[in-house]
Design a protein around this ligand. Structure first.
Ligand code: FAD
Length: 360
């Protein structure tokens, strides 16, 4: 039997080395903590880039590089005729960001559980165990794809995949493909798939397209307004429009081809395809579920915290502190942990407030 490793004592453990974890590392370092010693960033993946290293090849940012930067160092400019930076540019930026600030991400180590050990939190990543004064969880959503349940889902004889499984359009070339979902992922994925496959697009409500000259910058402006309003104790409606479709060049081109026609959601799957309530049916070889993600919080189950909708209740001055465990912080999961905090440009303010509280 192997011996149980003795936990190393550190000040802060950051779980996750994607954009949110790296931004946390940036501010912890700026507060005077030594990377790899006083704070440790632990990541399950074997390479840098967080979810960006696992997203599909053709994905592009929905805003220019100058609006997609983490604290401290601007994303290098990108310009080509096809529009905003591709995901490879983001992966490269994150890898270089990590090196630039010498953040010493410990990988690959998947955290299985966080438990209480007297005045510390014990972070168990199998061969690595750490006892921390505070834990910042920045595990994102990519590890938790959301699959809705529809009648007949188990009878369908074709292939079903989620956005998280999709890589290139070539793998579905020549097939009849139903794309489900009304957000940016569905629209971008449909745009490229429809060049090689026979696609049907279904959405639960009519898709909302932003004007051609509006992009992710509008989202960040709304987020900034919300941060200011909350700081002044005023109400603000939130980051409305986050799910609206940005007309990046590939999506505009699909619209011009007539490939962006959405149909209402089908009511069930059949062995050979999908069927609507009025009796219409359509053959499908493949159904692609672009139905979003939930927060990846399995590693925190052991703390027995509750929140509803797969979340953990947060609050405090940074809006990221677990309501029932003040030594735990959740950063970068979405509007519920800070306005636009799940975006490259939006995570900074949330991290800054969190680290300010942690080190203040
Ligand atoms: P992730 O990037 O998911 O990083 C989490 C890290 O945690 C991963 O490296 C993972 O290995 C690790 N991890 C998970 N569980 C554990 C565990 N138990 N133990 C140890 N490590 C663990 N934002 C923009 O600003 N602009 C855009 O154009 C844009 N486009 C997007 C398009 C898509 C399709 C999606 C899904 C998101 C997009 N986003 C965009 C939002 C955002 O930039 C990404 O979701 C980003 O990946 C979130 O970063 P993160 O650090 O919070 O999480």
């Amino acid at each position: 039997m192997g011996s149980v490793p003795h936990p190393r004592q550190v000040d802060v453990v950051v779980i996750g080395g994607g954009q949110a974890g790296l931004a946390t590392g940036f501010y912890l370092r700026r507060a005077g903590l030594t990377p790899g010693e006083e704070f440790v960033i632990v990541d399950a993946a074997d390479r840098p880039g967080g979810a960006w290293s696992r997203m599909w090849d053709g994905l592009r940012l929905f805003s220019p590089s100058s609006f997609s930067s983490l604290p401290g160092w601007m994303m290098p400019p990108w310009s080509d005729d096809a529009g905003y930076p591709p995901r490879s540019h983001v992966v490269d930026y994150l890898a270089r960001y990590e090196q630039r600030y010498d953040l010493r991400v410990a990988r690959p180590h998947r955290v299985r559980a966080v438990t209480r050990a007297e005045e510390r939190l014990l972070v168990d990543a199998g061969d690595l165990t750490l006892a921390a004064r505070a834990v910042v969880s920045t595990t994102g959503t990519w590890d938790q794809p959301f699959w809705p349940s529809y009648p007949g889902i188990g009878e369908f004889r074709g292939r079903q995949l989620h956005t998280a499984d999709y890589r290139t359009p070539e793998e579905l070339a020549g097939q009849q493909v139903v794309v489900v979902g009304g957000g940016n992922s569905a629209a971008q994925l449909l745009a490229e798939l429809s060049t090689v496959a026979d696609t049907t697009w279904v959405t639960t409500r009519p898709p909302r397209f932003l004007a051609d000259d509006v992009d992710g910058r509008a989202l960040f402006a709304t987020a900034r307004a919300r941060i200011e309003a909350l700081g002044q104790g005023r109400e603000h409606t939130g980051v409305a429009g986050l799910g609206d479709i940005v007309m990046v060049p590939s999506v505009r081109e699909a619209r011009e081809r007539g490939a962006l026609q959405a149909e209402p959601m089908f009511s069930r799957l059949t062995p050979g395809g999908v069927a609507w309530a009025d009796g219409t049916t359509r053959h499908a070889d493949v159904v692609v579920w672009c139905t979003g993600f939930r927060p990846a919080l399995h590693h925190l189950r052991s703390l027995g915290l509750r929140g509803g909708r797969g979340r953990i209740a947060v609050g405090g001055p940074s809006a990221t502190q677990a309501a029932q465990e003040p030594r735990l912080f959740l950063v970068g999961y979405g509007d519920w942990t800070g306005p636009a905090s799940a975006t490259l440009a939006g995570v900074g303010p949330s991290v800054k407030a969190t680290v300010g509280l942690l080190t203040g």
